[in-house]
Ligand binder design. Sequence first.
Ligand code: SF4
Length: 388
Amino acid sequence: MLPTRRHTNTVSIGSIKIGGSEPVRIQSMLTSDTTNVESCIEEIARLDAVDCEIIRLTVPNQKSIDSLPAIRTEMKKRGIERPLVADIHFNPQLAVNVCEFVEKVRINPGNYVDRKKFEVREYTDLQYQEELERVEEKLLPLIQNLKKYGCALRIGTNHGSLSDRLMNRFGDSPEGMVESAMEFLRILRKHNFEDTVLSMKSSNPLVMIESYRQLVRVMDDENMHYPLHLGVTEAGNELDGRIKSAVGIGALLCDGFGDTIRVSLTEPSENEIPVARSILQSTRSRIFNADFISCPSCGRTFFDLESTTEQIKVHTSHLKGVKIAVMGCIVNGPGEMADADFGYVGAAPGKINLFHGKTCKERNVPAEQAVERLIDLIKENGKWVDPA
Ligand code: SF4
């Protein structure tokens, strides 16, 4: 049986919801300096244009917080209504101060309270407990402001930035990452704060996949159902960055995990969005356009598969959720079309058979008329909509 999506709580990020039965949301992060309002706005506009649903920006100092009202005003002027997320490291006071200006705050549990000293030492249970009490003390003002301003929180754990306390007890391992998040999560729950999302990022997809899987097991054991933000951090660029992200994020989506994703590329942020969409579509986690099944072609192929597939895509890719198979021959074609709604299959040189489901509806259509006839067949079966 195919895995179903993991049940999670719904968390509101301003006007957008994450988790539950909401679509898996796509987000990105600005590369602009947050104090450069003009640069931020231009980048936000580019992300908005490609339908990025949630936008994160870095907040390393108070000056960055002071820029947020101007960014928001300019967004409003341009009619852009995307939730903003503040990314905070090292400084708990900034997290407290920024709640008023954003819809979500991301903190890193590895550096929220503890400055890393890379100390190697044994922690007694008492010392460990005392450190946790210090974490709780530092989280309380944040919890208060998150509640006051209706702001959500992401506990964003990163492989490689665990606290000394966790490094000494668990090492830089998936177990350590999970415990790092769980320490914070238990405190948040104790103080009745539930609008939490979690991430377990690593640049190594194997570590990242294992960490999320372990986190889900531990949360299930503690009856916690918080949504997950998936991402492979520092994935790189071009083909490698895309494949690495697809492997890490895709594997977890196939498990049924994930409520929002960020593809992290060393490229302009808007380049991340089509990749994210493609990962979601390929894992059938969220459907944006038509799904194409096409064979790789071989010596049996009866037509130019590459150009024909491209031509069919141009005309039909806007048909959200419709599955179209383009197969080079009838030998293996119909059987391998899987669950396609429509099929375009080579029957003989220059001749095409057209299918609706597994039924052949038209035989030996001349190739030069076949794309048009395929569109007619889609229309006759009520699956056509005009492109926007
Ligand atoms: S469907 Fe036919 S043409 Fe395409 S790869 Fe298979 S055998 Fe070759």
